[in-house]
Design a protein. Sequence first.
Length: 184
Amino acid sequence: MAAGADLGWVLLTKARKWVSYDADRSVLRDFASVPVPDAVLVLVRHAKAGKRGRWSGEDLLRPLDANGVAQAAQLAELLAYFGPQRICSADPVRCVQTVEPLAAAIKIPVHVDSVFGDASFEANPAASHTALLALAKPGSVTVVCSQGTTIPTVIDRLDVGVESSDTRKGAWWVLTLTDGDVVT
């Protein structure tokens, strides 16, 4: 694609014709060597919500700050390319607010479930893990917004082969699954 062209998905055969660098060819070869996924989970850590110590209310109600609102808008633009059919969020307000712009843009609701939040995860990691993987239905793309303990720990438990599961606010992971197993 030319500089400034719209972002879009293309078939692997077409992508092979467009790439001109050896490094890009290597990425395409690696991509082609993985089984075709039948489900996609996008795990999003909530956007910036200011310092916890500066918020006088209940932490569950702490909203996004101005930087977080901007991050949420950027996430909406990027994550819309995945064509999610479902958006889930942990119950903290900052998690819900992170995915609301995406939900508005693609006109689907946000399903709020405390099982995806740090409090539930810390109380019963297996239940949160199971609930997350249950979203990976064949033919589906699901976005899940959670928090800074849950996401890195889930990534570590899935053993996806990354050096660091550290997940900054507003960062996201794309997990592809085949027959319920994470392949990338």
